[in-house]
Design a protein around this ligand. Structure first.
Ligand SMILES: [Zn+2]
Length: 98
């Protein structure tokens, strides 16, 4: 925990895609596994995390601006295929809600 937020009840994080602050619960945590970005929806994986809205627009912005390797302290480019698949499924699930 970085301890940079003052509010205790509702922690906020910045989306690495659109750079907007949002409640931690509304963002998807991403961690690095070797040279791959993996979604960590339960927030249980160890290591440094980045936060992203589970939305393709935000993922695309993050990928285009190459913020994920920096946010996750990666030495090079990161594979985002697994992350993209997760976000796509989350987006479809949301749109499928009647
Ligand atoms: Zn966003």
């Amino acid at each position: 925990m970085s301890g940079r937020t003052h509010a205790g009840a509702c922690p906020e994080r910045t989306c690495v895609g659109c750079r907007e602050r949002a409640a931690k619960n509304d963002l998807l945590r991403i961690v690095r596994s070797e040279d791959e970005c993996v979604p960590d929806p339960r927030g249980t994986l160890p290591g440094r995390g980045a936060y992203l809205h589970p939305a393709l627009v935000c993922l695309d912005q993050a990928v285009r601006r190459r913020v994920l390797p920096r946010a996750l302290r990666a030495p090079g480019a990161l594979d985002t295929k697994a992350l993209r698949r997760y976000v796509e499924q989350a987006t479809v699930a949301e749109q499928a809600t009647p």
